[in-house]
Design a protein around this ligand. Structure first.
Ligand code: 13P
Length: 253
């Protein structure tokens, strides 16, 4: 059985106080509303990670994740945060290769391979993002484009390593635009991604990997997306900043 994961990517939002309120509300609601079958991951900006981890306390299905990590293990890299530093205070997940990092920080497939390797070596679970731009979608080449992102960044991993990676399919044209991929479009791409993984690693490994959908997911469209057989959860941006919306998305599973 694949893990069901609802991950919130706070991006560069929330003051320290706001982040604590949001976390406490989510943890409380998850407990009160007995949200046990879904793994919740909160990915705040770096300065929040420690306190978010503390506020999660003993909640068994809520985890903290970072939005990025360095491709280096340690050393003179001013401003960077390494995977071992994150792991050393209980961070469990790390988002790698978000389209905003690919676009604004020029992260290449090659660099992302190094980040994934660092994360795995430190015991973090990477949430590896892939997805096509609007131009590529309109040209009809989204499937080979996304497959290439996966091949180029992930396919030198062993079967054991890739089994620890969660994939997030995030069509760029759906991120922060209010325009969601239809459930059919999401399912089609998730199935293609899984088939691609199966071609390299075999069906058993591919069937064990959770593939999340990201891009304007909200309570009103989550149930339909999450009902699709190859959609194993969501990576939520805007709607993860409101505790009620985030929990309602998870509850719609
Ligand atoms: P939105 O949910 O705001 O569209 O963001 C999606 C996203 O980029 C999550 O990583």
């Amino acid at each position: 059985m694949r893990k069901k994961i609802i991950a919130g990517n706070w991006k560069m939002n929330m003051t320290y106080d706001e982040g604590q309120i949001l976390t406490s509300e989510i943890v409380q609601m998850a407990q009160d509303e007995q949200l046990k079958d879904v793994i919740l991951v909160l990915n705040p900006p770096f300065p929040h990670l420690h306190v978010v981890k503390k506020l999660i306390g003993g909640a068994s299905n809520v985890f903290v994740g970072a939005q990025n990590c360095s491709d280096k293990e340690s050393g003179a890299y001013t401003g960077e945060v390494s995977a071992p530093i994150l792991a050393s205070f209980g961070v469990s997940f790390v988002i790698i290769g978000h389209s905003e990092r690919r676009e604004y920080f020029e992260e290449t497939n090659e660099l992302l391979t190094e980040k994934v390797k660092q994360a795995l070596a430190a015991g973090l679970q990477p949430i590896f993002c892939c997805g096509e731009s609007l131009d590529i979608r309109e040209a009809g080449t989204h499937e080979p484009n996304v497959k290439y992102q996966l091949t180029d960044s992930l396919f030198e991993l062993s079967a054991e390593e890739i089994s620890k990676v969660t994939i997030a399919y995030e069509p760029i044209w759906a991120i922060g635009t209010g325009k969601t991929a239809s459930a059919e479009q999401a399912q089609e791409m998730h199935a293609a991604i899984r088939k691609h993984l199966a071609g390299k690693y075999g069906k058993e490994v591919a069937d064990s990997i959770s593939i999340l959908y990201g891009g304007s997911m909200k309570p009103s469209n989550a149930a339909e997306l999450l009902a699709k057989p190859d959609v194993d959860g969501g990576l939520i941006g805007g709607a993860s900043l409101k505790s009620r919306d985030f929990i309602d998305i998870a509850k719609s599973y």
